[in-house]
Design a protein around this ligand. Structure first.
Ligand code: NDP
Length: 291
């Protein structure tokens, strides 16, 4: 069994981006990070994005509206960022407060600056295999992990468990694309799938994006499978200082010995998300310069 080291692969991407940004004369790529309120997980995610941007040489503009901001005010803020020629990418940290329509906000971000890839147009471009779009960071990160680990999906059965817009659906579309590294035969499963283990046991590559701790067990996989565990679940654990431990959607202790390659949690898909956000920001800058 080989561990797919997301920390190492993400660090390699950061190093590559740093070299690329260093070559840019004049204004550097800039990402606006919008965080509404003080949700502790969001605070730490935005801090990580800011830190990685600084490491690469990407400018970040942190915007911290109060939790009481209205939908109209947030839209006005995004309109201003959309119109600002010195901002290349915009990220609105999820989750947003309950009174905000999150999907409407994601749609409000200009497609050219939608480095999170949640805008309708960019999701459509994934389906159309139009490379001028932005692929959502987690699915893009999964494909990059596979490619850099030498896993070619061509002709292989890729089983995705989960059909969210953020992970399951886009990663299934990416695995299906008619291009090098992809060309997989894809099955997408969800909570209404009958006899899930019979399908997951057919997987050459299993992508688990379910949000249920240690859901995938040894009896659900075949020997030699490549496992990508997207799940990030907090399980109460009194022995930890935080009071919880992080676990994936895969029962690592029993599945790992059967797998040919597997991502750990933490340290697998997670670190890739921020690296791909930065990659998208540099791409947005380049596309903007060319317009
Ligand atoms: P969602 O809750 O949006 O989607 C979960 C999917 O799993 C749904 O399609 C759901 O089916 C399916 N599902 C739930 N229960 C079952 C079941 N018993 N059998 C089969 N399918 C089931 O989650 P996300 O896609 O947003 O996230 C998934 C996981 O990935 C989470 O743990 C999340 O924290 C993590 N994540 C990690 C990221 C990273 O950077 N590493 C980024 C984003 C997410 P249905 O559609 O029928 O409800």
């Amino acid at each position: 069994m080989e561990l797919i080291d997301g920390n190492k692969i993400a660090a390699d991407i950061v190093t590559e981006l740093k070299a690329e940004v260093a070559q840019i004369n004049g204004r550097k790529p800039c990402i606006a990070l919008v965080r509404v309120g003080e949700d502790p997980a969001s605070v730490s995610y935005v801090r990580k994005k800011e830190k990685t941007a600084a490491e690469i040489g990407v400018t970040s503009r942190i915007i911290l509206p109060p939790v009481s901001i209205s939908q109209a005010e947030l839209c006005a803020l995004l309109d201003a960022l959309n119109a600002d020629p010195t901002v290349d990418g915009i990220l609105v940290q999820s989750p947003l407060p309950k009174h905000i329509d999150e999907v409407a906000i994601f749609r409000r971000v200009s497609p050219e600056k939608d480095v999170d890839g949640f805008n309708t147009l960019n999701l459509g471009k994934v389906a159309q295999e139009d490379e001028t779009g932005f692929v959502a960071c987690t699915p893009a990160g999964i494909m990059e992990l596979l490619a850099r680990s030498g896993v070619d999906l061509k002709g292989r059965h890729v089983v995705v468990v989960g059909r969210s817009l953020i992970v399951g659906k886009p990663v299934a579309l990416l695995a299906l694309q008619k291009k090098a590294g992809a060309n997989g035969t894809v099955t997408i499963c969800h909570s209404s799938t009958t006899n899930l283990p019979a399908l997951t046991r057919q997987a050459d590559v299993l992508i688990a994006a379910i949000g249920r701790p240690e859901f995938v067990t040894a009896d659900m996989v075949k020997p030699g499978v490549v496992v990508i565990d997207v799940g990030i679940n907090r399980v109460p654990d009194s022995s930890k200082k935080t009071g919880y431990r992080l676990t994936g959607d895969v029962h690592f202790p029993t599945v790992a010995p059967l797998a040919s390659k597997i991502t750990p949690v933490p340290g697998g898909v997670g670190p890739m998300t921020v690296a791909m956000l930065m990659k998208n920001t540099v791409k947005a800058f380049r596309l903007g310069q060319a317009r």
